[in-house]
Design a protein. Structure first.
Length: 207
């Protein structure tokens, strides 16, 4: 199947621009809070759904508004704000990571995949998503939604996926693919009739 990479990216980004959910951590990339909001939300979203995370995120940033404040907070306060979200190791790792970021990286999230992976609680997926969202690096973050989209479209679910798309909006594309999987290419009853890219979809062709 011949795929126009640029056209495919444009269609997904166009859909995303018109349909993306308003989420509290989606703020201007130029905002000083962007890095903090992104790392906090990504830790919270590990193994937890968006709708569950939203109130916890809003409450957390109200009480601990930035990375420096997080690094200076005691673990008991962090765990209290996490109460009910489960998987408390995430909260402990986030707290440890905030201290390292302040001390070693001057409060900045490193632009290196290797350095990110050295931080507590950050694996391949989180490193990829942070580099895409914060630094616009051409990376595809393979969560369950994205793996499903790629498998249905092209029968693949590997890191090679990044070569299937071409855009200057790498961060938006990474997020668009996740959003597309959550809202359109759903696990059950996908909304194929609303899909802008069904003409290149192997799954749709086989239906």
């Amino acid at each position: 199947m011949h795929i126009n990479n640029l056209n495919l990216s444009k269609k997904i980004l166009s859909w995303y621009d018109n349909n993306k959910r308003r989420l509290p951590w989606r703020i201007s990339k130029k905002s000083k809070k962007n890095q903090y909001y992104r790392i906090l939300s990504e830790f919270m979203l590990q193994q937890t759904q968006v709708k569950t995370v939203i109130p916890y995120f809003n409450n957390f940033v109200k009480k601990i508004p930035n990375l420096k404040a997080l690094s200076k907070s005691n673990e008991k306060k962090v765990l209290k704000l996490w109460e009910g979200l489960g998987y408390y190791t995430r909260a402990k790792n986030l707290h440890k990571t905030s201290k390292i970021l302040i001390k070693k990286y001057n409060g900045q999230i490193p632009e290196s995949f290797v350095k990110l992976k050295e931080l507590p609680g950050i694996g391949d997926y989180t490193a990829n998503v942070l580099l895409a969202l914060i630094y616009n690096q051409p990376r595809v973050a393979l969560d369950g939604n994205v793996k499903r989209v790629l498998f249905r479209l092209f029968n693949i679910n590997t890191e090679d996926a990044v070569n299937l798309f071409k855009t200057k909006r790498n961060g938006d594309l990474a997020e668009a693919l996740m959003e597309f999987g959550a809202l359109i290419c759903k696990p059950q009853d996908p909304k194929c009739h609303e899909c802008k890219i069904k003409k290149v979809c192997a799954y749709y062709a086989s239906e």
